[in-house]
Design a binder for this molecule. Structure first.
Ligand SMILES: NC(=O)c1ccc[n+]([C@@H]2O[C@H](COP(=O)([O-])OP(=O)(O)OC[C@H]3O[C@@H](n4cnc5c(N)ncnc54)[C@H](OP(=O)(O)O)[C@@H]3O)[C@@H](O)[C@H]2O)c1
Length: 302
């Protein structure tokens, strides 16, 4: 039975649809947010455990988002897995989290290229788990169009998916996340600071530059409440988004530039998100973790 106000939403796990606030999924008790008070206690150390936390990961049925969702689940979080077309892959991620993790998982169909879709995802997370601790804004589109090829429609889709919706989801989540203790993690790309970029990356990199600035400024705003805001900017990851429009020759030559002689896999990227989401990352705010050829380094702004 679909939610009465959200007829188009599909919550995969059928029994979830009948959940009422009083029958929310139980989330195990978590450690409190880290503070100097706890630092002086012999009984509490900052940890990468996410037991008791609830994470929402946009675009997490496949590729990088799926690896992030599974990794957060392995660290103990309950995870809201988001998809737009591939319900089967989303359900596989949910099952992996339920069988390996300590928390629960649900799959939610929501198009995070629209503000309404983003809001629906947060609403379903609250309805099912009653809280949100971690918001990972992973979903993005690349497209590949030069200045001559691009039109207004393409520009709008890129900016709505990669900038507008993540920004408005952060705005909506800021009222829901624990303060202190909430986490927002944006996704950019190492290409924003690369000297060699292809002309057809114009729109993509304009959006990623924009979201880095959104993240930098929000870190100052929400940081004052103890909600950290950071950006993960991976180098090339072997996903459909990366492969789109590239010949195998180009892909191979990019892979060879990495000292490890391969592209990153989604699972290579996920652990940095889990760290930033955890209590161990409590003092990391307003930073960008960037990886070009297999190493993470931290860009900090003041
Ligand atoms: N791949 C790279 O080399 C690379 C490098 C640097 C940064 N990044 C960034 O990392 C992030 C993830 O990239 P990726 O390569 O993993 O992307 P991807 O392969 O295109 O990711 C596919 C996933 O995103 C979901 N998705 C796509 N559009 C969506 C929408 N409108 N609403 C909800 N879900 C949506 C898909 O859902 P369905 O399964 O339902 O279709 C699927 O789960 C992006 O922000 C990207 O810019 C990627």
């Amino acid at each position: 039975m679909p939610h009465p106000k959200r007829g188009s939403s599909t919550l995969i796990s059928g029994f979830m649809n009948a959940l009422k606030p009083s029958s929310r999924l139980e989330v195990p008790a978590s450690t409190p947010p880290y503070s100097r008070k706890f630092a002086s206690s012999a009984t509490f150390l900052p940890t990468t455990s996410l037991v008791g936390k609830v994470a929402v990961v946009t675009g997490s049925s496949r590729s990088t988002g799926a690896a992030v969702a599974r990794c957060l689940g392995e660290h103990g979080a309950s995870v809201v897995v988001n998809f737009v077309t591939d319900s089967q892959s989303a359900e596989e991620v949910v099952q992996a989290i339920r069988s390996n993790g300590k928390g629960g998982a649900i799959a939610v169909k929501a198009n995070t290229a629209t503000v309404e879709g983003g809001q629906l995802l947060l609403d379903e997370a609250m309805r099912t788990f009653g809280r949100i601790d971690i918001l990972v804004l992973n979903a993005g589109v690349m497209g590949s169009k030069t200045l001559a090829e691009m039109d207004e429609g393409f520009f709008d889709v890129c900016f709505e998916t990669n900038v507008k919706v993540p920004l408005f989801m952060a705005k909506a989540a800021a009222r829901l996340l624990p303060a202190p203790g909430g986490r927002i993690i944006f996704f950019s790309s190492s290409l924003t600071s690369a000297s060699t970029v292809l002309p057809n990356a114009l729109c993509y990199l304009a959006t990623k530059g924009a979201i880095e600035q959104v993240s930098r400024v929000l870190a100052k705003d929400l940081g004052s409440k103890g909600i950290t805001v950071n950006t993960v900017s991976p180098g090339p990851i072997d996903t459909p988004l990366f492969r789109e429009g590239k010949s195998q020759h180009v892909i191979d030559s990019i892979a060879k530039q990495n000292p490890m002689k391969r592209l990153a896999e989604p699972d290579d990227v996920a652990p940095i998100v889990a760290f930033l989401a955890s209590e161990a990352g409590h003092w990391v705010n307003g930073t960008e973790y960037q990886s070009r050829w297999g190493e993470w380094f931290r860009l900090t702004s003041y």
